[in-house]
Design a protein around this ligand. Structure first.
Ligand code: SAM
Length: 326
């Protein structure tokens, strides 16, 4: 077998890279107010990230996603996109963003080699956007989504985390956008990751969301090209866009997991929901050669757990989502 395989015979070909732990929003379920952030010297430089990706690519990683924190806050992100696009065998570079700065950078990111973007958006109502994110820039995000489409960063996918009592009454409006605007909407089950304030609202299951939107018509399974992730896709009758469901809580998809995560401070994390990590920054800064980096990547793959145990109450404790890169 060629490629990178873990102990459970899953092929690992996807690396999510957090380029910063800073964010320009403070979402009620993600950020904890005045949290300490990393300094410039603590995060990996673009050259260091490139070295990790080069080593990983030589082992079988062929897709990368840039995330954060808010990745568009990192200066000259297009430069990193371009550096990664030059690595032979990396054939897909994508970005997860809150969209706030997307129209500013969409064209140069596309030119640098970015293929597509996911925009996180939990509400279509301005007052709620303010409540959830602390920002009044909803209109800007909506026009940024259009800018991304115009720049052909397609498909632009909209990621919506559904929280009970916060935005669960909007699932039908988001679903309608797949027809009226051709949006590719993905509903994500909220994961309890140690944020008591948000956990008080609670998760809304995929099953419930499906029931909420059933009056719009029968959801037909969508079999077209979708992506590298765990979403299950459907389409409403006549819709150009799709509706996806990501169900980490009610239908975990660990058996299909194909990814590793690189934190902005240079730790390779085999699982979003497990604190085990391999430190790459220290060896990188102490002159590790490519073979040594490859051994460390192999080590991270070897400790990748079979599945997460969030539903049994075992959440990661060392880092929050904004520090790992969702
Ligand atoms: N700033 C970027 C953004 O907003 O897309 C990237 C980082 S953000 C941490 C990535 C994604 O993680 C967002 O879609 C966010 O909604 C999601 N997320 C954060 N905490 C979550 C949780 N507890 N459960 C499910 N999704 C979560």
């Amino acid at each position: 077998m060629t490629g990178l395989f873990d102990s459970w015979q899953r092929q690992i070909d996807y690396l999510r890279i957090s380029v910063t732990d800073h964010c320009n929003l403070s979402c009620l379920y993600c950020s904890v107010g005045s949290v300490p952030h990393l300094s410039r010297g603590e995060i990996l430089s673009y050259e260091e990230i490139q070295r990790v990706v080069q080593a990983a690519a030589s082992m079988g990683i062929n897709k990368v996603r840039l995330t954060g924190g808010e990745p568009l806050l990192r200066a000259d992100l297009s430069k990193l996109v371009w550096m990664l696009s030059q690595i032979e065998s990396i054939d897909d570079i994508s970005l997860t963003t809150n969209g706030i700065l997307l129209s500013k950078y969409a064209v140069e990111l596309k030119e640098a080699g970015l293929k597509r973007v996911n925009v996180s958006l939990d509400t279509l109502k301005e007052d709620r956007f303010k409540r959830i994110t602390g920002s009044d820039k909803l209109k800007g995000v909506l026009s940024d989504i259009e800018a991304a489409k115009k720049s052909e960063l397609n498909p632009v996918k909209i990621n919506t985390v559904v929280l009970r009592g916060i935005n669960d009454d909007e699932t039908i409006n988001f679903a309608r956008m797949s027809t009226s605007e051709g949006w590719h909407v993905r509903f994500i089950e909220f994961m309890p990751l140690g944020m008591p304030e948000a956990e008080a609202f609670g998760m809304v299951s995929t099953q419930e969301i499906r029931e909420c939107i059933q009056s719009l018509g029968k959801l037909e399974p969508y079999t077209g090209k979708t992506g590298n992730g765990p979403a299950k896709y459907y389409r409403l009758p006549g819709a150009k866009g799709t509706i996806g469901f990501i169900s980490p809580m009610t239908e975990h998809f660990c058996h299909t997991c194909n990814r590793l995560r690189l934190t902005s401070d240079g730790h390779l994390r085999p699982c979003l929901l497990d604190d085990d990590e391999v430190n790459l920054k220290e060896p990188l800064r102490n002159g590790a050669n490519t073979d040594e980096l490859k051994q460390l990547i192999q080590q991270a793959v070897a400790i990748k757990r079979e599945r997460h145990h969030l539903t049994e109450g075992l959440a990661p404790e060392k880092r929050s989502m904004y520090q790992i890169g969702g």
